[in-house]
Design a protein around this ligand. Structure first.
Ligand code: FES
Length: 122
């Protein structure tokens, strides 16, 4: 019996076009991926995904915005986090989790790493 980490992909928008419409450049939006709330950010070089809950005081990063410097900004006290590393750019809050995003023919997907139980370690 083993547990191993595996990335599970969740469709968060039915098409990439829907994602582009609902999350224009430099905007953010909260979506559900499994049981997690995820903040999707859209920049000219693509979509990014981070945990939605601001580590400073729990506000939704999906209600904020993002900048050309690959930063998502929380609207409540304006703490900023790097969309690629999750590290805080300002303030004392430490980091947000980052998640991979894939644009596929059948939608926009976010990958969440999960522990999976296997009998034979496959
Ligand atoms: S709750 Fe996000 S900066 Fe304070």
């Amino acid at each position: 019996m083993f547990f191993k980490k595996k990335t599970r992909w969740y469709k968060v928008f039915e098409t990439v076009g829907e994602a582009e419409e609902r999350v224009p450049f430099y905007k953010t939006e909260t979506v559900k991926a499994g049981n997690k709330k995820i903040c999707i950010a859209h920049l000219p070089d693509g979509f990014f995904a981070v945990g939605d809950k601001c580590p400073h005081n729990g506000f939704s990063l999906g209600k904020g915005w993002c900048t050309p410097e690959h930063t998502v900004v929380c609207p409540l006290h304006r703490y900023a986090f790097d969309l690629k590393t999750g590290r805080a750019k300002t303030g004392l809050a430490d980091y947000v989790n980052t998640y991979p995003v894939e644009c596929r023919a059948d939608g926009l997907f976010v990958g969440i790493e999960e522990l999976v139980f296997t009998l034979f370690g496959e």
